[in-house]
Design a protein around this ligand. Structure first.
Ligand code: ADP
Ligand code: ZN
Length: 430
């Protein structure tokens, strides 16, 4: 089942022709309407006429998060202010927020892409969608909301938190799909467990869309098992509309990125040079279908790679591998490059480990991992705690090549955030 079968199964030649046509149009618009791009292109001596093929995109300069902050509030606006209908900002996990504008057509295109994603996982008009993401300046909830309404799904705009009320809504309205951060999904599973409620038995939940923050395959599997559902990886960022940029289909083998709307490149984060297809690097996206705020070669800082083998679902849009982290998430501990996801992967693969963890860096590169234990597997006896601790240290050592201090805590000891989880506290003095 497709939402837009023509565009979702478009062949390579037609896709590239469409991408090229859209790219040139966007380049002409920004050169005319956005001083920032006019000057940036002039500085490197390039104009839209120099772009003769899609591959020429690499001649264009990058746009960075810093550029968005420097042009705040509206330096990148490409249409008249009166034609803007919506403002969103990024959640600002990494400093000052970035302002993103939408025209009415932009809102509609974002909802279209989102509707494709819903249908791709098997959602139909008879589903009930409980949106457990933050409504407001953050794009996460609203873009998904509009996509669901476009498809004709009943939307419950629950927002995050208040698990008791979430549960009541789920029971009373027979929610079948939720949109939730992976950390809140784990917390919610814990909440149900404490109440002795089996999701499979008492709720109608079938699917969860989990996104907004990096998470591992192990975490996905844990969520699926605990809630008895299918969990689909949902990727997006405010700068590119929010959710609906890339999403898994029922085969869960990477996230289809909507290439008619986004031109995809993977570059070496240090060199800025394009990497051969399939290699892991920083994702760079150019918007191909946005009016209010087109972005050229935007450096997302997200680390991923492209899968170009055909997918059994028939969609021709290539896939992104699970986001391994952000370039600015990378920790350098005792000279070793570590992504928090590597630590999560180890923790979630050990049965006695519970759902929440924290990485603490202190002093001169001292790493402490605090992990909650899982009461259903674990009796909390001291000798078992020590065994578990050793198991974690040894597994971590083979994954990240250092032996951190590990503290095992009872479930519920670590703070849970309703929005994006904060997994690293870096108080190093160096
Ligand atoms: P902020 O950059 O302030 O967090 P956003 O709310 O736009 O702003 O967050 C987008 C970022 O969230 C992405 O660039 C990415 O790092 C992360 N993200 C979103 N979805 C996923 C996902 N499915 N897997 C991993 N990371 C994700
Ligand atoms: Zn597919």
């Amino acid at each position: 089942m497709y939402w837009d079968s023509k565009l979702e199964t478009i062949n390579k030649e037609e896709l590239e022709a469409l991408q090229f046509k859209r790219l040139i149009k966007i380049l002409k618009t920004v050169t005319k309407n956005v001083n920032f791009y006019k000057e940036k292109f002039k500085a490197v001596g390039i104009s839209p006429g120099d772009i003769k093929t899609l591959a020429d995109v690499k001649k264009l300069p990058f746009t960075t998060g810093e550029d968005l902050k420097a042009t705040y509030p509206d330096g990148l606006l490409a249409i008249k202010k009166e034609d803007v209908v919506r403002l969103h900002t990024s959640s600002g996990t990494t400093g000052k927020p970035k302002a993103i504008f939408f025209s009415a057509r932009d809102i509609d295109s974002a909802a279209e892409l989102m509707a494709r994603c819903f249908v791709m996982t098997g959602v139909t008009r008879s589903d009930v969608f409980q949106n457990m993401m933050t409504y407001g300046l953050f794009t996460g909830a609203l873009v998904m909301h509009y996509g669901a309404e476009k498809l004709g799904v009943l939307v419950i705009p629950a927002g995050p938190g208040n698990s008791e009320r979430q549960l009541t809504l789920m029971k009373d309205f027979k929610t079948t799909v939720v949109h939730i951060t992976p950390s809140y999904a784990l917390y919610f599973a814990d909440f149900l467990e404490k109440k002795g409620i089996s999701s499979q038995r008492y709720l109608s939940l079938k699917r969860a869309f989990i996104g907004a923050e990096p998470h591992t395959e192990e975490t996905r599997q844990k969520i699926e098992k605990l809630l008895g559902i299918d969990a689909y990886n949902s990727y997006g960022l405010s700068e590119m509309n929010g959710p609906g940029v890339a999403f898994e289909c029922i085969y869960k083998n990477g996230m289809h990125i909507w290439e008619d709307n986004f031109l995809v490149e993977i570059i070496g984060p240090a060199t800025g040079e394009p990497l051969p297809e399939g290699e892991k690097g920083e994702l760079v996206l150019t918007t191909l279908n946005r009016e209010a705020m087109p972005l050229i070669r935007y450096r997302t800082r997200d680390i991923t790679s492209i899968i170009s083998e055909p997918c059994k679902c028939g969609r021709t849009h290539r896939r992104l591998t699970r986001i391994a982290g952000r370039t600015d998430d990378m920790l350098i501990v005792r000279g070793v490059n570590i992504f928090p996801q590597q630590i999560e992967k180890v923790l979630m693969s050990i049965p006695g480990v519970g759902k929440n963890y924290l990485i603490k860096l202190e002093g001169l590169d001292e790493m402490t991992i605090q992990a909650e234990f899982d009461l259903s597997v674990f009796d909390g006896q001291v000798e078992h705690l020590v065994q578990l601790q050793n198991q974690i240290v040894n597994k971590l050592n083979s994954e990240i090549l250092i032996k951190p201090k590990v503290e095992i805590l009872p479930p519920g000891s670590l703070a849970v955030s309703e929005g994006k989880a904060k997994r690293v506290i870096d108080n190093r003095t160096i």
